[in-house]
Each structure stands twice: as structure tokens, then as C-alpha cells.
Design a protein around this ligand. Sequence first.
Ligand SMILES: [Zn+2]
Length: 208
Amino acid sequence: MIFSSKLIEDAVQEFSKLPGIGKKTALRMVLHLLKMEKEEVNGFSGALSRMRNEICFCNTCHNISDSDQCTICASPGRNKSQVCVVETIRDVIAIESTQQYNGLYHVLGGILSPLDGIGPEQLNVASLHERVKNEEVEELIMALSPTIEGDTTVYYIARQMSELPIRITTIARGISFGGELEYADEMTLARSIAKRLPIDNYVSMKGS
Ligand SMILES: [Zn+2]
């Protein structure tokens, strides 16, 4: 693609760094921005840089937040005895979208994957242990990928928590629930949480 303007070329270059955006789509977006009022475009770029510069992570659950504590942890209406353990903030968004879960979250930041060099130290596991020890948590709902790495992470955490008086459950897997949480439809995801199982049952189910 040959441009008569270095400014356009740079903007197209930036847009095409986004996932799923090729050069042609990037050019369409850039030309669209060019047609917009300057104030509107400044508002657009301002929102992006504020989002990137000012976003922080919740000190408690590691969810994205505008301050030290996210709105979920800060809400007095949430059930503090339940903590749903997920891999990423995308999973929090997916579960929140079901509007069927009223507990808290804990974002691990991934799952155990020794081959990729991801051990417990790379994940927010120690802070989960601290939360369970010091807060009024009664149940950990493990909502991780149905993969070997996901299962390994569930068992690692269960072992870590074995001396603590809590219930550990895993979300049930619906028929269409083959992949990551964010791709599950909201009904399936809501049902998976409602029909969660103690982890012992989960083991025997997978083994049968
Ligand atoms: Zn939080």
C-alpha cells in the first residue's frame, strides 16, 4: 500500500497492530477519522491514552479497575463468602455479563503451564491464599479452562488450601462449553456456575 502522506501511513500502521485489523480495514478507519471533527478525534485519542495510562488493577482481586479497589470488591451488595477464580479479566467480564453471579472474583493472570515457564510465582496464587486465610471466604468456585493445565491449576490451588476450612467447587461443563469462558454463551455459562460441583465429583466425572 502506497500513501501520499506519512501521517496517514503512520496512523494506518498503528491501527493495523490491533488484532483482526488488516491494512485495508486500518485505512478505512483512518479515512473515517479524517472525516470526523477534530474535537471528536481528540476525544477518541484522549480516551485511549487515559485508559492506558490511568487504568490500574484491583489490589484484592487483580481485576481491572479505576482505583486500588475495583467496583465489584467495593460493592456492599456482593456475597463476600464466594470467590470465583478465573484466568483473565475477560472471564470476569463474561461471567458478569450473565448477571447470575453475585460473589467476588480472583484473577489468577493465567494458569499453570510449566512448558511455558508459568509456575505459581507468575500467577496471583499467594494473594488468593492470603484472601482465603484473612477474609470471610467460604467457597472458591474454580472457573478455569477445561484443559490439563486448567485441571492442574485447580488441584494445585486445592492442595494449597487444604488446611483451610473452605469448600472448593468447579463450574460444570455444558455440552457446548468446549473452550474458553469468554466464548461460552451467557446461558451456558450461568448454568455452569449454578450447577457447579465439588472438586472430588469433578475428578470422578472426568475419570469415568
Ligand atoms: Zn477487586
